[in-house]
Each structure stands twice: as structure tokens, then as C-alpha cells.
Design a protein around this ligand. Structure first.
Ligand SMILES: CC(C)(COP(=O)(O)OP(=O)(O)OC[C@H]1O[C@@H](n2cnc3c(N)ncnc32)[C@H](O)[C@@H]1O)[C@@H](O)C(=O)NCCC(=O)NCCS
Ligand SMILES: Nc1ncnc2c1ncn2[C@@H]1O[C@H](COP(=O)(O)OP(=O)(O)OP(=O)(O)O)[C@@H](O)[C@H]1O
Length: 232
């Protein structure tokens, strides 16, 4: 199985590109969705985060007040590191579980959309790595517009991540998303053919089909050996 890593910076356009992959029939595992699920009321992540940050981060419904927690952690590095430490095991287990589900369904190529792919060192598990890159100016503008943030809050969120230029230098494939959606679609066509190229042997052996082929070969090999032994 080929596990394509999709990353970038906050509001650089990862979800927009994810949607293009989904529309092309390629399954996407979204780390932000996993992170939301492990912070739902009563889940393991929720328990640990509430114990550490206190009940003031909760809404009357008992769910986490995400904008409030975001405000706390994106303006305070030590709080953000604490949140990351508490949630990391739940998020990584959740991502592995979602990948396994796609493997069991027989998917040959999947995309994992992880904003912090390099920061949490999951880049070693994905190939190729696609980075959605924008200039800081475009990133701040789109982030402020999408989330209704002040420039200061938007800058804090951008600064909480590894620089997009550094991510770009570590990419196998770069999508420059400074232009409009037509430009993005044109670049995406090339990315899609790269992602859909035939699997390498090692990717094939990791797919469900590859594992069953090995099992089939081993079983028929054992059967032949047994027949030969019986015959001699
Ligand atoms: C702080 C929280 C509650 C804010 O929730 P909110 O709904 O406002 O934002 P959302 O989850 O949609 O995240 C939006 C973007 O923020 C960025 N971001 C999220 N968490 C972090 C973080 N810990 N460090 C840096 N950037 C982050 C990502 O680019 C993400 O795509 C939430 O982001 C969270 O639980 N973060 C910790 C979990 C995590 O690390 N998520 C990233 C998945 S790898
Ligand atoms: N090429 C584009 N032209 C114009 N607007 C765009 C383009 N690509 C993305 N956008 C807009 O920019 C904003 C951020 O995009 P998107 O939500 O895909 O980013 P993201 O990287 O997934 O963000 P996050 O890290 O917060 O999950 C959205 O409002 C989206 O509609």
C-alpha cells in the first residue's frame, strides 16, 4: 500500500487538496478529524485534557470549547506543548487505526492529511510527501478570512508550526497554492498521476493483495513440499 503524506501550514489549502483526492476516488485519512474525535466528551483524550487544563475549557454541554482552548494554546507555547503531549498517543493510534481500516478494504493508495507531519516525525512513514505551500502573506489573509481571526491571532497560529519554506524543502512534491482554484486544479492533475503511478514491489507487498499473495505462495509451497515428501 502507498501511504501518501499530505501536509502544509495552517490554511495553506490541505483540506481543499484532500477534497480533490477524495473526488478522484482516493481515500483520505484526516488527522484533524481524528484529533476532533479523540477530544469528544468522555473519550480518553478528553479526560486527560480536562484533568490538565481544568473544567474552564468546557462548554455547558461538557464538550471542549475549541475556540477557547485554541486561544489558550496558540498564545502560549508551554500550554501547546502540554496539549500536544497529552493528545499525541490518541491521535497517532487513531491515524494508524484509520489506515488499517483502509488496508482491510483493499485500498492500494491512500492519502494521510497531517498538518504536523514533520513536527511529529510521521514523515518517515509516508512516500511521496506532498506539501501545499503558500506565501506567508496569502496564508495570513486566507486564515483571517476563513476563521475571522485578528492578524495577531492568525500570526500566533502560523508561528506555532514549522515554517512552510522548511516544509517545502523537505517535500517530494510541492503544490504552489498562491494562485486561484483553476491553477490549483491544473497542478493537482500532475500530482494525481504521480500518486497513481504503479506501486513499487515494496508498496505492493504491504498492500492487502500483496500479503494475501505471500500467504497463497507460502501455502501452495508447503502443499507441494508435502506432496513431494509423500511421494518419496
Ligand atoms: C487547539 C484545538 C482545540 C483548536 O481547535 P480548532 O477547532 O479551533 O482548530 P482545528 O482543530 O480545526 O485545527 C486547525 C488547524 O490548526 C493547526 N493546529 C492544530 N493543532 C495544532 C498544534 N497543536 N500545533 C500547531 N498547529 C496546530 C492545524 O494546522 C490544524 O489544521 C485543536 O486544534 C486541537 O485539539 N489541537 C491539538 C491536536 C493536534 O495536534 N491537532 C493537529 C493534528 S496533527
Ligand atoms: N487556491 C485557492 N484560491 C482561493 N482560496 C483558496 C484556495 N485554496 C484554498 N483556499 C481557501 O483558503 C482557506 C484555507 O484552505 P483550507 O481550509 O483547505 O486549508 P487547510 O490547510 O486545510 O487549513 P487547516 O490547517 O486549518 O485545516 C479556505 O477558506 C479555502 O477555501
Amino acid at each position: 500500500m502507498r501511504i501518501v503524506g499530505l501536509t502544509g501550514g495552517i490554511a495553506s489549502g490541505k483540506s481543499t487538496v484532500s477534497n480533490l483526492f477524495k473526488a478522484s476516488g482516493i481515500p483520505v485519512v484526516d488527522a484533524d478529524v481524528v484529533a476532533r474525535n479523540v477530544l469528544k466528551k468522555g473519550s480518553g483524550g478528553w479526560n486527560r485534557v480536562v484533568a490538565a487544563f481544568g473544567e474552564e475549557i468546557l462548554l455547558p454541554s461538557g464538550e471542549v470549547d475549541r475556540p477557547k482552548l485554541g486561544q489558550m494554546v496558540f498564545s502560549d507555547q508551554s500550554k501547546r506543548q502540554l496539549l500536544n503531549k497529552l493528545m499525541a498517543p490518541y491521535i497517532s493510534n487513531g491515524i494508524v487505526w484509520e489506515i488499517l481500516k483502509q488496508w482491510a478494504k483493499g485500498a492500494k493508495v491512500i492519502v494521510v492529511d497531517i498538518p504536523l507531519l514533520f513536527e511529529v516525525k510521521m514523515d518517515k512513514w509516508t512516500k511521496p510527501i506532498v506539501v501545499v505551500w503558500v506565501s506567508e502573506e496569502t496564508q495570513l489573509k486566507r486564515l483571517m478570512e476563513r476563521d475571522g481571526l485578528s492578524e495577531e491571532d492568525a500570526r500566533n497560529r502560523v508561528m506555532a508550526q514549522m515554517s512552510l519554506d522548511l516544509k517545502r524543502s523537505r517535500a517530494d512534491v510541492v503544490i504552489d497554492n498562491n494562485g486561484g482554484l483553476d491553477d490549483l486544479n491544473q497542478q493537482f492533475d500532475k500530482v494525481l498521476s504521480e500518486v497513481r503511478r504503479p506501486l513499487t514491489w515494496s508498496e505492493f507487498w504491504r498492500s492487502r493483495q500483496g500479503v494475501f499473495s505471500v500467504l497463497g505462495l507460502v501455502t501452495s509451497g508447503l502443499f507441494v513440499c508435502k506432496q513431494l515428501n509423500n511421494g518419496s
